[in-house]
Design a protein around this ligand. Structure first.
Ligand code: GAL
Length: 669
């Protein structure tokens, strides 16, 4: 029977051999059955070019295997050895300002460097030949966090690689000029070798250049991954993964990465000082599941504090368990931590671990052991799906495009809006998927587009078809404005959504910092959903950040601005198109000032069922045969209307389920 895999990054090279034996004993005590090994050991296993020292790694691999602990074997290429930098200074990373970055850390290499790539292929080949058929090696952990600190490199080699990438993409430089709109400021190119890498420059750099640079940079990392994966595949049948950083690495377009890996794995760390960090965790997990298209694994999270935030807040009692089980609820089939044993030396010694500096007579160790036990009871969820009737649109390219320079307002932030909409749905106990705007959306009753500034023609058609065929769509302001090259769609805004939304925009009216607007139901507005029995945004709604002059062309106003530059004009509209409905919010609504109400109305209109009576602060997710209830509040609660058996305690509940403060209850049908 399959179980949820449990473990973490294991760095035995930092410890004497006596500790390794203690480690495997403790791993077994905690139920650890998979460890990531050798993620950063290049400088140890290849002390000089072409010279290899396998003494320790051979022994550790044998020891783990002997104790039944599976190995997720790392390729150590995110921390190139000092000898390689010394022999080939040209591999060093050059940042946006043109500074060449020094060594003494990891990741400081140019992703496009042929010298670096060749050295990677060589060490990976050695590892794959030596361990590829070892029965203990169950998974390959290729590299570590592609794009962590070297998403983009601005060296000469990168610039040349960019020109080659452009030539490959556009074939003819006139096609590039057309796509990039280089007639503007006469920034036309006569040959590909005239295009420079967009490092620090005077303001107003062509946004299309910046967007293709970001695509190029992402592709360079994918190429590096493929190189290693293909070397490994020659010698090993074990699947390969690389750890993503969803959603906190803006530079990697993980929709493009998804098809490259055998298993999607993700690293997620709480942004500890955020009060709503458990919601951000859920969002990360839901987005990772969407990228994976099914179950996935968390490759790294922390048992308690990290060491790299301004204030590294420790987890509160029970939080480790709540966080871990939230990942499982949202599709994780593997639960790994960074790292097994807290380091004594180096940059990460103040990072929590499964075995803390304080040893095993600690709350933290007891929590780690208890979690290992809990996971064994959850085998029935392995491989199962998480059902969702609602999708939130997410597109890394739209994120990149929105946050380039010279937008109508600096307050237009991709994650600000996505997180606002996501949090409102989370609090209404609605489990969502994420989806790319060009993806098949027909399985969803409701699709929400909180920040879709850039939409391709294909996405525009897709969203229109979705609504016409009976879908319900909620769109927030400044969406559908440009195409994938940051060129405004022809005609009035929002060109990609004009027909779908049944309106056009005469002028944008961004607000001053801190300015708020009153919104009132349209005097003629009817009841928008039977459940509420009244018009939407009837009372107390307010807008922030944005206002605009909306002109109706098929849609009707549900609510209107009552103050500000667009007083009296539509603020919330509804367009019934074909068999579906498209809603549009022309300003930034927040939970208590209209967003909850708008989404509740749209959910009702779309017929999305929500569990009734779940108290606030309780996260509710259905996965496979199990219902997860995670109480993030400090109040004991009772959830009415649920029945089932608690998987962890065996207690049967007939009508209602008590969930003590900070606890997790998992029911099976
Ligand atoms: C990750 C990284 C790990 C470790 C961890 C600390 O970004 O992959 O190696 O540094 O952060 O939180």
């Amino acid at each position: 029977m399959q179980t949820i895999r449990y473990g973490g990054d294991y760095n035995p090279e930092q410890w004497p051999e006596a500790t390794w034996r203690e480690d495997v004993r403790l791993m077994r005590e905690a139920g650890v059955d998979l460890v990531s090994l050798g993620v950063f050991n290049w400088g140890l296993i290849e002390p000089a070019r072409g010279e290899y020292d396998w003494t320790d790694l051979d022994r550790i691999v044998a020891l783990l295997h002997e104790h039944g602990i599976g190995i997720n074997l790392g390729t150590p290429t995110s921390s190139p050895p000092a000898w390689l930098r010394k022999a080939h200074p040209e591999i060093r990373l050059v940042d946006f300002e043109g500074r060449t970055l020094a060594g003494g850390s990891r990741h400081g290499v140019c992703p496009s460097s042929p010298v670096y790539r060749e050295a990677c292929a060589a060490i990976v080949e050695q590892l794959a030949v030596r361990y590829g058929a070892h029965p203990g090696v169950e998974l390959w952990h290729v590299h570590n966090e592609y794009g962590w600190a070297n998403v983009e490199c601005y060296c000469e080699v990168s610039a040349l690689a960019f020109q080659a990438w452009l030539a490959d993409k556009y074939e003819d430089v006139d096609r590039l000029n057309e796509a990039w709109g280089t007639a503007f400021w006469g920034l036309v190119y006569r040959s590909f070798d005239q295009v420079e890498a967009p490092s620090a420059a005077p303001p107003g750099v062509n946004p299309a250049l910046r967007l293709d640079w970001k695509r190029f940079s992402n592709d360079q990392h994918i190429a590096n991954y493929r190189l290693q994966r293909d070397v490994i595949a020659k010698h090993s049948k074990a699947p390969a993964t690389t750890n993503f950083m969803i959603p906190n690495c803006e530079g990697m377009d993980y929709w493009r990465w998804a098809g490259e890996v055998d298993v999607v794995s993700n690293n997620h760390y709480l942004i500890a000082e955020r009060e709503d960090h458990q919601i951000e965790l859920s969002m990360s997990a839901d987005l990772t599941r969407a990228v994976a298209g099914g179950p996935w694994m968390i490759m790294e999270h922390s048992t308690s504090a990290v060491n790299w935030q301004p204030r590294n807040i420790a987890k509160t009692p029970g939080e480790l368990r709540r966080n871990s089980l939230a990942h499982v609820a949202r599709g994780a089939d593997g639960l790994m931590f960074f790292q097994w044993r807290a380091s004594r030396a180096g940059a990460e010694k103040f990072h929590s671990a499964m075995v803390p500096h304080g040893g095993t007579d600690t709350e933290l160790w007891r929590d780690v052991v208890a979690l290992g036990g809990d996971l064994k009871a959850l085998s029935a969820v392995v491989g199962t799906e998480v059902g969702a009737d609602v999708a939130v649109l997410w597109d890394w390219e739209a994120w990149w495009a929105l946050e380039l320079e010279w937008r109508p307002s600096v307050d237009l932030r991709f994650r600000e809006r996505v997180e606002a909409y996501y949090a409102s749905l989370w609090k209404q106990h609605v489990t969502v998927d994420f989806a790319h705007p060009e993806a098949d959306l027909s399985a969803y009753r409701l699709v929400v587009a909180p920040s879709s500034y850039a939409l391709s023609d294909a996405a525009s058609k897709n969203l229109r078809g979705y609504v016409e065929h009976g879908g319900h769509l909620v769109v927030s302001y400044f969406s559908g404005i440009v195409n994938e090259h940051d060129t405004v769609h022809a005609g009035p805004h929002p060109g990609a959504l004009r027909e779908t939304l049944g309106l056009w925009i005469e002028e944008f009216h961004p607000l001053r910092e801190g300015e708020g607007l009153a919104i009132e139901a349209d005097p003629g507005a009817g009841v928008e959903s039977a459940a509420s029995g009244r018009p939407c945004l009837e009372t107390g709604a307010r807008g922030r950040i944005w206002s605009e002059h909306v002109r109706l062309d098929g849609a009707r106003a549900v609510a209107r601005f009552a103050s500000g530059p667009d007083a009296g004009r539509p603020a919330l509209t509804r367009h019934d198109l074909g068999r579906g409905t498209a809603w549009y919010a022309a300003t930034a609504l927040d939970e208590a000032t209209g967003l909850d109400e708008l989404l509740a109305t749209a959910l009702d209109a779309a017929g999305v069922e929500r569990p009734a009576g779940i108290p606030g602060g309780v996260e509710f997710v259905r996965r496979g045969p199990m219902s997860f209830l995670i109480n993030h509040s400090d109040q004991d609660v009772t959830v009415p209307g649920l029945r089932g058996t608690d998987v962890l305690t065996g207690v049967a509940h007939q009508r209602s389920v008590p969930v003590p403060a900070g606890e997790v209850v998992i029911l099976t049908d």
